[in-house]
Write a protein that binds this ligand. Structure first.
Ligand code: FES
Ligand code: FES
Length: 150
């Protein structure tokens, strides 16, 4: 069935299977920043933005994207460079497998909440798991990015 949505600002028409998940569609469209971790809606690695909100692409049917705006890391490269520099500076970059999902989540957070508290930040990123970092260095880098005091 045909579905049409905006992918990183460009309108696309896509012939999706009824049971096709957005994660598979995006990887097929060479959005290789979108990764598969658990595939059970638990890890956040597959996060993309749908109409500017972080969503799990492993749990969204592609057909439900009709008319929506989907953003991946490929669509916000300038912002990603800023985030990558801050993560590198804080030593928060380890295997990097979680980075795409976290970067998109904090990009959305920055747009949605002004001067968030620590608890608000933690609540916002709670769905993005990282098996390497222990979260402390990441949290410092995220606060740098948001421009809130450490
Ligand atoms: S792969 Fe989607 S939440 Fe883990
Ligand atoms: S840096 Fe390895 S999973 Fe986060």
């Amino acid at each position: 069935m045909m579905v049409s949505f905006h992918l990183n600002g460009k309108k696309i028409y896509y012939d999706a299977k009824p049971d096709e998940y957005l994660l598979d569609t995006l990887r097929g469209e060479e959005m290789i920043s979108v990764r598969r971790g658990c595939d059970t809606s638990s890890c956040g690695v597959c996060t993309v933005l749908v109409d500017d909100k972080p969503m799990l692409s492993c749990s969204l049917l592609t057909l439900s994207m009709e008319g929506k705006h989907v953003t991946t890391v490929e669509g916000i490269q300038d912002e990603i460079e800023v985030i990558a520099d801050l993560f590198g500076h804080e030593g928060a970059d380890q295997c990097g497998f979680c980075n795409s999902g976290i970067a998109l989540t904090i990009y959305a957070l920055k747009k949605e909440l002004k001067n968030p508290t620590d608890d608000e930040i933690k609540h916002y990123i709670i769905g993005n798991l990282c098996r390497c970092s222990g979260y402390q260095a990441q949290f410092k880098a995220i606060k740098d990015y948001l421009g809130v005091k450490k």
